[in-house]
Structure formats: C-alpha cells, structure tokens
Design a protein around this ligand. Structure first.
Ligand SMILES: CC(C)(COP(=O)(O)OP(=O)(O)OC[C@H]1O[C@@H](n2cnc3c(N)ncnc32)[C@H](O)[C@@H]1OP(=O)(O)O)[C@@H](O)C(=O)NCCC(=O)NCCS
Length: 189
C-alpha cells in the first residue's frame, strides 16, 4: 500500500536522453526510486511482463503502474498508483491534415485544419495517452473518440482525465488516468 501522505505527488515522471548511455536499466532504476519515495518494498525482481497488446507491467509489484514513451531525443516513464498512459511527441513537419484525416475524429480534424503544429501534436499525445492507458494498442480505433470539443482540448474523455504537462520546448506531452493530481518531474541528467 502507498503511504497516506498528501504532500506526495500522485504521479512521478522520470525523463532523460533516449539512449542507453545514461543508465543500464533506466526502468528498474526509476521503479526503485519510486518505491523508495513512496515507502514501498521493491521486489528483488520486478517481473517485467507485457500484456496481450504490449503494455508493460510489473507482475511482482502490481500496485505500481507505469507507462513509457520515447520521441526524438528523450525517454520518459510515468509512475502512479492507478493505471495510466503517457505520451510525448517531438514536433516535426508533416502533412498534418492528411494524418488527421486518417487517424483523428472529425472534431479533431477541424481543430487541426485551423490550428498550428502544437495543436496537432497536443491532440496526438492526448489520444495516444488515452490509448496507452487502456493498453489495447491500435485495436482501440483512434477515430472512435475525440479529445477536442468545440475546438478546445478536453480535460476528460470517456470518464478518464487528460492532462498536458510541461516538457522540453518543441515537444507535446500528455498523461491520462482515472484521477490526476500533481505531477513531479525527475530529470535523469
Ligand atoms: C505502441 C503504441 C502503444 C505507442 O507507440 P508510440 O507512441 O509510437 O511510441 P512510444 O514511444 O510513445 O511508446 C512506446 C512504449 O509504449 C509501451 N507500450 C507498448 N505497447 C503498449 C500498449 N499496448 N499499451 C500501452 N503501452 C504500450 C512500451 O513500454 C513502449 O516502450 P518500450 O518498448 O521501450 O517498453 C501504440 O499506441 C501505437 O502503435 N501507436 C501508433 C501511433 C499512431 O499511429 N498514432 C496516430 C496518431 S494518434
């Protein structure tokens, strides 16, 4: 069980370079740090396992939930006491309207058509964080739900909360969970 300490962030995000130069096993390092900070006893082996569609989880520490994303130069992992999904995307030039027409809900396509590069990647990361929360990969059709309402990004979708968070300039970042409070960022550099 987690320590009942309201001063603790309920989501902790570790991030660092998208390479193995920094740490041999960044996930294990981050999980150990998260356990220490939350008064949890870390198992000798976390029992890293992948679900049917590839979502990783710790078989030997089921009360700790996490989600991983990498894009551009960075790797990131979010930990919490409830299931969650996280996504970061580096902004890059593309035919946004064409991608939106292929993957996005019509409401989202409209926002992309009148928006900027950040509009596109904010929608993208919001959608991906939702998909990664569920852990069913692209078997959950991307056009079946909208993270935009009246041209504005929503803060909840289908009973889940969505939150953007400050990352590195030129990147979009979103997290999705049943409840979201404060987010504590831990840099690995
Ligand atoms: C694989 C997928 C989960 C995310 O892929 P992505 O955004 O390209 O890549 P990210 O780096 O953000 O995420 C990869 C991580 O997600 C995790 N992951 C893999 N399958 C997952 C699943 N079914 N559910 C949740 N997390 C998953 C893994 O930890 C993986 O990292 P690892 O291999 O280092 O452990 C999946 O949603 C996907 O293929 N998306 C396609 C992207 C797309 O077409 N988007 C259209 C616009 S929304």
């Amino acid at each position: 069980m987690f320590k009942q300490n309201t001063k603790k962030a309920n989501i902790v995000i570790f991030w660092g370079p998208n390479s193995d130069k920094l740490l041999k096993d960044p996930l294990a390092y981050c999980a150990l740090t998260f356990c220490k900070e939350n008064g949890l006893t870390a198992p000798a082996d976390f029992g890293l396992t992948k679900g049917k569609y590839g979502k990783p989880f710790f078989a030997n520490l089921p009360e700790v939930h996490f989600s991983i994303s990498h894009s551009g130069d960075f790797w990131l992992c979010a930990f919490g006491e409830n299931p969650l999904g996280v996504d970061i995307e580096k902004w890059r030039v593309a035919d946004y309207s064409a991608i939106a027409r292929r993957f996005f809900h019509p409401e989202e396509c409209k926002a992309v058509a009148s928006g900027s590069i950040s509009t596109f990647f904010n929608i993208w990361t919001a959608k991906e964080s939702y998909v990664k929360y569920h852990g069913k990969g692209l078997s959950l059709p991307l056009e079946s739900f909208s993270v935009v309402n009246d041209g504005i990004l929503v803060s909840s979708v289908c009973g889940l909360q969505l939150q953007s968070f400050e990352f590195v300039p030129g990147y979009s970042a979103h997290i999705c969970s049943s409840t979201l409070g404060s987010i504590k960022m831990h840099s690995l550099v």
